[in-house]
Design a protein. Structure first.
Length: 541
């Protein structure tokens, strides 16, 4: 490495004490760097100095370059976990010839570039990537230590991940969109986990042959390996998907505007998924697998329940008082909403009045299970039987008594949804037909789509018109104002325990495209999720 750093191991023995992975974790290495030895001075405190940052990273990098995983790990605040991953770096991933070039430190953070080789059964390929680390002070030892995160070793690694180089378990796929465009994770980053899952499920069904790859292996959960470098090319099989390259590109761009965001677009006339995109630090496909309260977007289903059960109609009464009490729990509207005791369901829907819906949920013939039946029988939700082509959650609307019966009606309580579910809800609401969303053809693996009886056309006409009013005169008018054509929408904000700001929800349609988005702690529906959906609807035609 040429930086003139020597590391002494006294007597060939050192002791390691591991405290954990956080800032307060520490190692005491009695024989390295003089820390913890007899007669040592009082432990230092405060952030590491610039010299300490430089010295710690020099020693860590030097040991890593030499393939000395144990010594490198001793300069971190989680030696046991770090040592395991650094050992796998050489042994299981077959990465050698490591050269690390530090960048300019920013406070206690140090960016760096790794150049190395990956060799397996006579084939060698170069590997280059960038990562970063942070130096912290051990709370007890006072030593300057690398704050251990798996991403230090490679930016794509998360807790529980490791690196492996071997023949892939399944052949590669070339995922193509509905128009024949190739859909790569390089061009569409959100599709990385989706393509990996499609490969795992269908790689052996579409005519490919496996190659040799360096990959991220997830030891926690059931996510498939994520390839990083191909050493020996296999033959990719071509897998046709329902995705639209143009809509997917718009979705990718839209979610980048807001952290912790997800969006899905579907084609209501067929159920085909046109786009799925996430912008999340954890890499989770919340668009398909999320399980969170959908807020007032749920009022599409609740309104359908009220209409289908004859409780009221679009132009029928749905008074909007300042508060509504249901079995000892008092519900409120947003502070700026004025009461309207003569409101119709259309007015209560487009203003998203909570109290108006809650006042109606105890009307005959409604029961604790009415909303559940509406969701399952009409919208195809909550029966754990969707076959999208990848892992997905089908929504949950459990039968609830007590205050949760009212809370469920406004998308709180025990209701759980994700953008895939709500895009499907909108598609069903405007067509009357439940068409289970899907990403790849059903006949590829003889999957059977979920079914539901859908909605009466009289209900469809009312829901669609109320969503149109919401998009032009109600809570969705701001975000939707730039669109033309036949369009409608519903906003939502969902309060979550432990969050100071509500989650932002929005679902809408324009022509033959329906989309839904969610942004964690994004505020009101039109604040974050709304602009995402509008960008996707615009791209759809």
């Amino acid at each position: 490495m040429g930086r003139g750093v020597k590391v002494a191991v006294i007597g060939g023995v050192f002791a390691v004490m591991v405290g954990g992975a956080g800032y307060g974790a520490y190692n005491v290495v009695s024989a390295l760097d003089g820390d913890g030895g007899s007669g040592s001075s009082e432990a230092k405190s405060g952030p590491p100095s610039g010299d300490e940052v430089e010295e710690t990273t020099e020693k860590f990098f030097t040991a890593w370059e030499k393939g000395d995983a144990t010594t490198a790990a001793s300069y971190t605040n989680n030696a046991s976990v770090a040592g395991t991953l650094l050992t796998a770096y050489a042994d299981e991933a077959h990465i050698t010839g490591v050269e690390i070039t530090p960048g300019t430190p920013i406070a206690t953070g140090v960016p760096f570039t790794v150049k190395a080789k990956v060799s397996y059964e006579g084939t060698t390929k170069p590997l280059t990537y960038k990562s970063k680390l942070t130096v912290v002070r051990g709370e007890t030892s006072g030593r300057a230590l690398v704050d251990w995160e798996p991403s230090v070793v490679h930016p794509d690694l998360k807790d529980g991940d490791t690196l492996v180089t071997e023949e892939s378990a399944t052949p590669q796929i070339q995922a193509v969109g509905r128009d024949g465009a190739v859909l790569s994770k390089e061009k569409y980053p959100s599709l990385g986990p989706v393509i990996a899952t499609l490969r795992e499920r269908y790689g052996s069904k579409v005519g490919g042959t496996p190659g040799v790859e360096l990959a991220v292996r997830h030891t926690v959960g059931d996510a498939p390996d994520a390839p990083l470098l191909t050493l020996t090319e296999g033959k990719p099989g071509k897998l046709k998907t329902t995705l639209s390259a143009s809509v997917q590109a718009a979705a990718e761009k839209a979610v980048k505007r807001y952290g912790e965001s997800s969006v899905v677009a579907v084609k209501p006339s067929t159920g085909e998924v046109l786009a799925v995109a996430n912008n999340r630090k954890d890499g989770f496909n919340a668009a398909f697998q999320g399980r969170v309260a959908p807020g007032s977007t749920m009022k599409i289903i609740t309104a359908a329940m009220l209409i289908d059960n004859g409780v009221t109609s679009m132009n029928g009464p749905a008074p909007c008082p300042e508060t509504a009490t249901w079995q000892s729990q008092t519900f409120h509207n947003i502070t700026t909403m004025k009461p309207n005791l003569s409101a119709t369901l259309a007015n209560t829907f487009m203003r998203s009045c909570n109290t108006g819906f809650i006042k109606l949920v105890d009307e005959k013939p409604l029961t604790d299970s009415s909303l559940t039946q509406e969701a399952q029988e009409r919208f195809g939700l909550g029966q754990d039987n969707w076959q999208t082509g990848i892992v997905s959650f089908d929504g949950s609307v459990p039968a609830s008594g007590g205050p949760d019966r009212a809370a469920n009606a406004i998308g709180q309580g025990q209701v759980q949804m994700n953008p895939l579910n709500m895009a499907s809800v909108t598609a069903t609401a405007i067509t009357g037909e439940f068409r289970q969303p899907y990403l790849v053809p059903f006949d590829l693996d003889d999957r059977k789509p979920a079914t539901a009886k859908g909605l009466p056309q009289g209900t469809v006409g009312q829901l669609k018109q109320m969503m149109r009013l919401t998009a032009t005169q109600g809570t969705a008018a701001g975000p939707m104002s730039g669109l033309g054509g036949d369009m409608g929408a519903k906003t939502g904000s969902a309060e979550v325990d432990g969050q100071t700001t509500s989650n932002s929800w929005f679902t809408g349609f324009r022509g033959d495209i329906a989309a839904a988005a969610m942004t964690e702690e994004g505020g009101h529906g039109g604040d974050a999720a709304g602009p995402i959906v509008v960008d996707v609807l615009r791209a759809g035609g």
